[in-house]
Design a protein around this ligand. Sequence first.
Ligand code: HEC
Length: 161
Amino acid sequence: MKKPFLAPALLALATSLILSGCSLNNPESAEAHYAPGLGDIMGATATRHSKLWFAGQAQNWALAAYELDELHEGFEDAEKYHPTHKHVPVPIPQLIASTMNKPLEKLDEAIKKQDIVAFTKHYDELTDGCNSCHRTSEFEFNLVTRPMFNPFANQAFTLPR
Ligand code: HEC
């Protein structure tokens, strides 16, 4: 009477121990297996580039700083997951350094000084940098511009006072 009841119970216990053992030994396993494509990182980069513009123009400097930081993180991911890319003759980290580092640094300064004129100037330099890298990457048909209109229907860039 006891046997047929115990066997499935023991099996279930053993299975749950094995499963929990796996996730305990390897807490980052799910993360480690997901590497975003460069195109995916770029899609997020384009959104942040756009939000950075609206944040800066609204002089919402905390949001601008946040979006700038997100841009940095995206480029870090690009370097980490895609040190080289099929059509790109130069290593990705090297291209990011030559096209992005200076405008990102200048934007950081402008945001800290809350200087809208400097922000706008260096934003355009950032955009030029995106396109410069796209040219080197044989990706010049993807032309980045200042955002032409605000597509974010559910976010207030100017905070209520
Ligand atoms: C390292 C050079 C490099 C830099 C810097 C760079 N890009 Fe890209 N970008 C690429 C490459 C290469 C692709 C094509 C990736 C692919 O699909 O494999 C791409 C693709 C894209 C795409 C197409 C993705 C899609 O799903 O539509 C957009 C949009 C884009 N980039 C925006 C930007 C913006 C905005 C910036 C600047 C803030 C930027 N990129 C900076 C190299 C770069």
